[in-house]
Write a protein that binds this ligand. Structure first.
Ligand SMILES: Cc1ncc(COP(=O)(O)O)c(C=O)c1O
Length: 395
């Protein structure tokens, strides 16, 4: 069969190949990028979906507006307001997960050959999605305080990108959070170079101790002209349920209108039943307790994994203990002759009954093959201890 030329730009991810091995019985997996199903607020969602069907069956089961179901847009506007973002319900659209927001941004903004700056490393699906639209991706390095803003500025000046894509808070896979100082620099750069910044923020609410700095969009309101240069993607996936497929996008009006047009031709609208359920859930006021619960459980798992890594792998590995999100991003040091290639280590680890994702595929170019991503989200504390002990035995 002759497929579209655009498919030449992408390939199935190497990570998928690894996932095929995960079916082995007894494997402890730190490979997934998803929340723990055991943490879903099933009672709350049951009540919300029942209320959606009894209060508004017509709306919940009928076709709906492409922009989203108004009661949900109102709830999301209030939710963003609680995080310092002033956005009216009309200033956001509901998307089918934030993944669709990224796809709509790719569709509306990227022509083949356009340059887009992303973090190195960044979310794999974004790399694939933007490449599908023909983007030429340029990687900006990331350290424990997020993207290196000096390097980012050089790259903006050199490449004049169509836009810059960042995951500033508890990044996937880096776990890194952009410092307040760097956030201010990113916003200044957006204005100085008139460059659109896409802020992907599915993890910002998942903090373990201190709250992270405000989002770029929240900070932008104090800098004249900056809010018009930020597109912000949010999601209920990591805190409530990814199966709902409820995300949202806030963007300058012109861009939001084009994205909405593209969504019309794509899925017409996000499931009205899912939207009505999410609206009822938020309206019932359950979110603060849900957030408190996920933060507490994941914080404990992150701490347990970090302690176990330090204890069991010692100086064979280096990492920064995550302050939120779902991931530990680590680097093999090769100290004492231990393995220093993430891919080779992943294969050896599976032999020992533990899985993680090697870091190389998360780079759009020049991968650091010594890196790896470990998710602490889905295993309980004893499985985390056992899994890290197995990991040490694979060094
Ligand atoms: C950085 C990032 N953006 C977006 C998504 C997509 O999430 P969803 O489409 O479920 O909202 C994910 C999910 O893993 C992610 O890690």
């Amino acid at each position: 069969m002759k497929f579209a030329d655009r498919l030449d730009n992408v390939e199935t991810s190497a990570i998928r190949e690894l996932f095929k091995l995960l079916g082995k019985p007894g494997i402890i997996s730190f490979a997934g990028g998803f929340p723990d199903s055991a943490m879903f607020d099933v009672d709350g969602l049951k009540a919300a979906s029942t209320k959606a069907l009894s209060d508004e069956p017509g709306a919940a089961l009928q076709y709906g507006a492409t922009e989203g179901y108004n009661p949900l847009r109102e709830q999301l506007s209030a939710f963003m307001g609680s995080k310092g973002v002033d956005v009216s319900p009309e200033g956001l659209i509901v998307t089918t997960g934030s993944q669709q927001a990224l796809d709509l941004l790719g569709k509306t903004l990227i022509s083949p050959g356009d340059k887009v700056i992303v973090e190195a490393p960044t979310f794999l699906a974004t790399i694939q999605c933007f490449r599908l639209y023909g983007a030429h991706l340029i990687g900006a390095p990331v350290d424990a305080s997020g993207v290196d803003t000096d390097k980012l500025e050089q790259l903006i000046v050199e490449h004049k990108p169509k836009f810059v894509y960042l995951i500033p808070t508890f990044g996937n896979p880096s776990g890194a959070t952009l410092s307040l100082e760097r956030r201010r620099k990113v916003i200044e750069m957006a204005v100085k170079y008139q460059t659109l910044i896409v802020e992907d923020d599915p993890y910002g609410d998942l903090y373990f101790g201190e709250a992270p700095p405000p989002s770029l969009l929240a900070l932008a309101k104090s800098v004249p002209g900056a809010s018009d240069l930020i597109a912000h993607c949010g999601s209920l996936s990591k805190v409530l349920s990814p199966g709902l497929r409820v995300g949202w996008m806030i963007a300058p009006a012109e861009l939001l209108a084009k994205a909405t047009m593209c969504k019309q031709f794509s899925d017409a609208h996000t499931s009205t039943f899912a939207q009505a359920t999410a609206a009822q859930y938020l309206n019932a006021g359950r979110m603060p307790a849900t957030l408190a619960n996920v933060r507490k459980v994941y914080a404990e798992r992150a701490r347990t994994m970090s302690d176990a890594l330090r204890r069991e792998l010692g100086d064979a590995i280096s990492f920064t203990q995550p302050g939120g999100g779902l991931f530990v991003w680590a680097r093999l040091t090769g100290q004492g002759g231990s393995v220093a290639d993430g891919n080779a280590f992943a294969k050896r680890a599976i032999e020992k009954g533990v899985a993680f994702v090697p870091g190389a595929p998360f780079y759009c170019s020049q991968p650091d093959i010594a890196t790896l991503r470990l998710s602490f989200a889905t295993a309980d504390l004893s499985k985390i201890e056992e899994g890290i002990a197995r990991l040490a035995s694979a060094l």
